[in-house]
Design a protein. Sequence first.
Length: 541
Amino acid sequence: MIRITELRLPIDHAPEDLELAILKRLQLAPKDLIQFDIFKRSYDARKNVVLSFIYTIDLSVKSEEDILKQFSGDTHVKLSPDTSYHFIAKAPNSIATGRGLRPVVIGFGPCGIFAALLLAQMGFKPIVLERGKKVRERTQDTWGLWRKNILNPESNVQFGEGGAGTFSDGKLYSQIKDPKFYGRKVINEFIKAGAPEEILYVAKPHIGTFRLVGVVEKMRQKIIDLGGEIRFSQKVIGFDIHNDQIAGVKIEDHDDLPADHVILALGHSARDTFEALHQAGVFMEAKPFSVGFRIEHPQSVIDKARLGTHAGNDLIGAADYKLVHHAKNGRSVYSFCMCPGGTVVAATSEPNRVVTNGMSQYSRNERNANAGIVVGITPDDYPGGPLAGIEFQRAIESKAFELGGGTYEAPGQLVGDFLEGKPSTQFGSVLPSYKPGVHLTDLAESLPAYAIEAIREALPAFERQIKGFSMKDAVLTGVETRTSSPLRITRGANFQSLNIKGLYPAGEGAGYAGGILSAGVDGIKVAEAVALDYLSQSDSS
């Protein structure tokens, strides 16, 4: 196949115009074009530029060699890379016949889903242990916090089928290097499970929370149909380790499960499981993460600043942004998990603590835009070993609970008051979307002084990039602490723990991913490593 890049068309072009543009670009007759597919579509909405789509196209022609030779000096006409996924292994007979120990996956978020799915597709019949509930039951429990101020510590935004990614924007883009195109495998599986086909080619694909629920259910069923098991409400509380080899896992209120290949797809909030791993002697180390607030503006303000005269164009949709500022005190402040036309959500998983996150539906048509505005911190800010970051997070989240009134309402402040250093007493033109509600206060008490100082410096700097960003009525809601895992369960080149054979740290919780797509990709990589280790053992026996 041949790939064309940088093919531009007006954003309101007719469907047939794309084929005509391809024919014109390659000087082809219609009969010589066999088929074409859109690999990627982005848009150019710069001011004073004609609004246009920019396409990357993969196509088949009758005379491929002649076309490649004709355009040999053209950097935008090349041979298409192979982006299809190729399975690297097939389960040995010991697994297929039930004589060997099956692989165990702990956690059923994006990483665990794709680790289990890939293992199932290769015939390994994985057993998944998920501490939370099925996604629809979990959704009811999550609404219990948002609507009734009632938290279920084992079924919430963080824990349950689909992981934290289910109650997010469903973003499927990442900055990871992906030379083997594992990301295409992830997206294709989502499409097979009912996600919209456009996520395969739009520049910043997303699914949206409500659509993700159905997608996750179908993926679960596919794993089961292939011989896997998904066991819900099974919380892992300990690990059997003998001679530096994993031998099994301990499950609360259930029998121990023997296992010699265990994937840790825990997510970044499984704090008690991190503690159990540490007690078992598994090597881990503290790592940097970020803390801050959620900020909300009218989506119309962001659209106008980012798109100018193109604001409101339905073919583009709600505008997003990505911002960073290096403060004078040495801290970096940046936007995180920006959700166009979305809502701020309660994301705590522990009693008497407040945590925020952002979420959008597929339509992205809510009134407000929101994003995390967070400050980078390092283990130097929380010395004390690999678990010290958890205690750092907990202290901030507990203070937020207190400042919010002790009812799971979140503490909030208008941007104008925050910059002036005075408590807020009433909302202005921007009404916060966070449920159970926002309690106005002074957010200066909610984060370390260096973080407050850096954010106060960053907001006016962001105003210079996006007009209206530091508008007085914009709302800050605290606190955002779960940007990434505060520790890394370090692994070697074979994807196994540095000191425990058969234990495979994976995804966000282990410190190897950040977001749905990268977590899914990491799940695939780890599943491949597990499969190859099974085969090496089979060959040596």
